[in-house]
Design a protein around this ligand. Sequence first.
Ligand SMILES: CNc1ncnc2c1ncn2[C@@H]1O[C@H](COP(=O)(O)OP(=O)(O)OP(=O)(O)O)[C@@H](O)[C@H]1O
Length: 166
Amino acid sequence: MLLKKLYTLVFLRTDTAILLGLKKRGFGCNKWNGFGGKIEPKETVIEAALRELYEECCVTVKPENLQSIGQLEFTFEGDPMMMDVRVFSATVFEGTPIETEEMNPKWFPYDQIPFKDMWLDDALWFPYMLKGQPFYGKFHYQGFDKILHYSVEELDSMEQFYLKHK
Ligand SMILES: CNc1ncnc2c1ncn2[C@@H]1O[C@H](COP(=O)(O)OP(=O)(O)OP(=O)(O)O)[C@@H](O)[C@H]1O
């Protein structure tokens, strides 16, 4: 049986750049990524996404300014746990990103995204996110540096997707 754990992943964007954070500890340490983490009991996905964003770079976003843009599923050879990652983006936010115990934030112009220092899967689904195209990606890893197989599907809308995948 496949067990599943929910995670959030939030990207702040401007017209010219995307905010990434260099993870300083734990899973994905030393990789650039969006801001997010595990959803705590009794929290909604949106609450978790906003809490993690604030904890990791001290920026606040109003729930209505968080756009659901993708769904990612990660499995790892030999591990029964599936990571179910809800991806969001926001262009309206308050505060200036600052370094925290978990993340060191930095704005990257869209043509300078540091894919070689990110999860391998990122390069495969970022293009959808960057053009605002809702997507559903599945990736099966062997270890953390090799993708054995994957798929990325374009969706009409995240709302419709979640209605069908309750
Ligand atoms: C395998 N390919 C992947 N590609 C892109 N992003 C990935 C990812 N795998 C995990 N992620 C993201 O990495 C964060 C981990 O969060 P993680 O540190 O485990 O959670 P949390 O902050 O709750 O941890 P603490 O227990 O407080 O340290 C979380 O945003 C999650 O969506």
